[in-house]
Design a protein around this ligand. Sequence first.
Ligand code: CA
Length: 239
Amino acid sequence: MPFETPSILLVEDEIAIRDSVEAYLHAEGYLVRSVGDGRAAVDAFSNGNFQLVILDLMLPGITGEEVIRFIRDRSNVPVIMLTAKTSVDNRIDGLELGADDYVPKPFSPRELMARVRALIRRSRNSTEPQRDVLEFDGLIIDVPTHQVSVDGHDVKLTQSEFDLLLTLARFPGRVYQRMELIEKAFGYDYEGYERTVDSHMKNLRAKLGDNSAEPRWLFTVHGIGYRFMKPNSAVKPSF
Ligand code: CA
């Protein structure tokens, strides 16, 4: 067996949704620990070893926002947020707190399962045993171990931030549109959520200490999207 069966922490206070999602996860072969409030989520996370967390934002007691802060202080485990809040701003808030993805309610369990599979695949891919290190002017990306450092200091990235950075850094100078970046970095269609990229990019810049007004690595291409470093920055001039 190349991998252990992934264990998923499911945090949802609505029993009908929790039971339904749990049944789907079991059918997919995952181990599931289900809890119904934020305090139980924090306890379960502290005492368990999970490969993914599905977290409802609106919880009694300790909120989903507080739970994800607790998790992010300790771990880069992939987190999918479930949210009944419908405005884009609230969904983006979840990403800025460090969620890798979010699924707005009401959602189809199939859609949620597709995202679970994609995130677990991405986190496994990043632990494949192969030597692959990218280095750029103070920024080092060690692909197999998932470690990123800036000027010798380790930087902790979420799965989505890492995937986004790696996608860009694979092709320095190349301009990516937001949708293209979503497809290439996350591997599935994120239709309608282009602002997701902006939110992850904001986090990424903050963590790398990169300044959007005077970037070292992450450049905004106005009206289009993003690119990593200047064109030809990784290539010697030919004249
Ligand atoms: Ca809820």
